[in-house]
Design a protein around this ligand. Structure first.
Ligand code: FES
Length: 355
């Protein structure tokens, strides 16, 4: 009643995630997701703007203020089950949420904001650049996670996944594979004007794409610049001498779009168990000398006997349509959703977020 009379003040709230039993504070007026990411939690998400559904969360108790209408994204059953979008929900007081996909064993690093200097720019295909940065402050991250990059003085940022496994003691360098998005301010600049010595801002790490512990063989799928986090994850697994067989599918349009082949061959040769590397070309001219796989990733995936595919756990990074189709094949083969992990990068590379 007094709140109504005098106007209620926004206050920080506590969010408790079950069944992981992790709690964190959400500052006043922040969304659940923003606060979780700022505190280094690997909360499931992708677009951050209420359009992908990756952050669906069941509200067990308490109330939230919702910033957008979620009904276009959720089914009636989900609405009835109290599902909310963490990226669009501001707690009204303490709340409890149910999020089985959130693992207490997941990465939790301090989020660091630092200045960065371009050390090298290498065009690895006609539209993918390898960007290497020297960082003023050391960061830690888990392979598969991503960073926010921006130009000094600009509020706009872009998200790119680390393309190399981290050094455990902290990283003063970082590498990314970045696809040119014509008309995108950041990548237009990167591909036309950027040079060694130019300054950027970097804030990291974020993301819930990381290799879960286990013994099952892996299907690793990368599309285009989505190779970065998949390669980082496998680099780390090799360094850890992980004894899991891997089928690595790398989908691009033509043979000229393949890159990092020496590193991938080297990885396959030195994998502690068995790693089968299969490049897949979707638009290679019919008369070319290419003798490898042609078509789409999901077609090649469907060639794997179902009972064999069903034993794998899936890790995918690439365009949403590639991921949707590949995940469908995996589900049809019998891989459970709790063993399929993906990072649809297109949203992150093409959308701006407020810093
Ligand atoms: S809908 Fe929340 S992260 Fe995409």
């Amino acid at each position: 009643m007094f709140g109504k009379l005098f106007g209620s003040k926004a206050q920080a709230a506590t969010v408790r995630i079950t069944p992981a039993e992790i709690s964190f504070i959400v500052p006043a007026k922040q969304t659940i997701l923003q606060a979780a990411l700022d505190q280094g939690l690997a909360y499931p998400h992708n677009c951050r703007i209420g359009s992908c559904g990756s952050c669906k969360t069941r509200l067990v108790s308490g109330q939230v203020r919702e910033l957008t209408d979620k009904s276009y994204l959720l089914t009636e059953a989900e609405m009835a089950d109290n599902i909310i979008l963490a990226c669009q929900s501001v707690p009204r007081g303490d709340i409890v949420v149910d999020l089985p996909r959130f693992s207490a064993a997941g990465p939790r690093h301090d989020v660091v904001a630092t200045a960065a200097t371009i050390g090298a720019l290498t065009r690895v295909t006609s539209d993918i650049m390898a960007l290497e940065l020297a960082l003023d402050s050391a960061i830690t991250y888990t392979a598969g996670q991503y960073a926010e990059l921006g130009l000094p003085g600009s509020a706009e940022t872009r998200h790119y996944s680390f393309a190399e496994a981290p050094q455990q003691a902290g990283n003063l360098q970082a590498k990314f594979f970045i696809r040119h998005v014509p008309g995108g301010a950041f990548t237009d600049w990167l591909f036309s004007a950027a040079k060694a010595g130019d300054k950027l801002t970097l804030r990291a790490p974020f993301g819930d794409f990381w290799l879960r512990p286990g013994t099952a063989p892996l299907i690793a799928i990368a599309g285009g610049s989505g190779l970065g986090p998949v390669k980082a994850m496998l680099d780390q697994a090799r360094a850890d001498k992980l004894l899991r067989d891997v089928i690595l599918l790398f989908g691009v349009r033509t043979e000229a779009d393949l890159y990092a082949l020496n590193e991938l061959s080297n990885m396959a040769r030195n994998w502690p168990a068995r790693l089968e590397f299969i490049p897949v070309l979707s638009a290679e001219p019919a008369g070319s000398n290419w003798t490898g796989k042609r078509g789409f990733i999901h077609d090649v995936l469907a060639e794997i006997p179902r009972d064999k595919l069903a034993r794998h756990h899936g890790y995918l990074c690439g365009p949403p349509i590639m991921i949707d189709r590949a995940v469908q094949v995996m589900r049809e083969a019998g891989i459970g959703d709790d063993h399929i992990f993906y990072d649809a990068f297109t949203d992150k590379s093409s959308l701006a977020t407020a810093a």
